[in-house]
Design a protein around this ligand. Sequence first.
Ligand SMILES: [Zn+2]
Length: 315
Amino acid sequence: MQQRKHPNGKSINFNRWKTRFRGVSCMYQELKQLKYSSSHIYKGIHVVEKLKLMCVLAHPDDESLGTGGALAKYASEGVETYLVTATRGERGRIGDKRGHLDLATVGQIREAELLAAAEILGVREVQFLDYIDGDLDRADVSEAVAKIVSHIRRVQPQVVITFDANGSYGHPDHIAISQLTTAATVCAADSSYKTLNDHAAHRVSKLYQMAWTRGKFEAYQAAFKDLKFNVDEVERRATPWPDWAITTFIDTVAYAPTVWQAVQCHQSQMSIYRELQHLSDEHHRALWGAQEFYRVFSLVNGGRQRETDLFEGLR
Ligand SMILES: [Zn+2]
């Protein structure tokens, strides 16, 4: 097994690393697909950029349940899709064995499930920030932001998606990754902000948060029963966004079966998803057939008209 030392002293398994990168050698061929590229004039030169989408999320399964439709749709259209996941879901349930496995073992199982789901969704690269599930809101902020900045600068996505400010249903890890990612988009664009690597500053064009409409919220409540989370003895519940606040609606109905396939890769979580297996096709379409987002900022478009494409203004 090929092992090398990372500058920070950690060992890298290059064989595993390589499996996370697919088709890099095809990148220059794909640049010809102008439809999926953004172009602009810089110092008199016509610059063509490959369209890239990056999701920065907290746990394995967030990518499928939260952004599966968008990831599947854009990957199938030729957009490069990237996933950064903060933890390996170490405190998640493993079938009926909750509490019987150590954190590292649970993390390994859930990492493998995430990589399988990402493969189905067509994700080009998966990276972990190496935090422990449940600890993210107590992570060193400057270190966590720097890690995300490094990925943003290296990949150079035009569009970044993360959780909304309420973490969908109040999960502290979801709230933390939303705040950290937002800070990272600011720092990534600032050439005076330095990280350990020497990637150039990169300005993200559009930042999005996942947002549930009332319809999506009701579909989730029906599927997962009562979505709530207790933090410091205070009960937190999922709350739908007002429909008028949704800036972006993506039709992903064609990808609903793909998303359901990706969700099922998280076999260790199926005791939580059990209800999903008995839902009608119509209910599955309600869950995975559309993705709604709140546009936190855009440097390329604006206004009240609802978007139907995360890359609106970029192509
Ligand atoms: Zn999560």
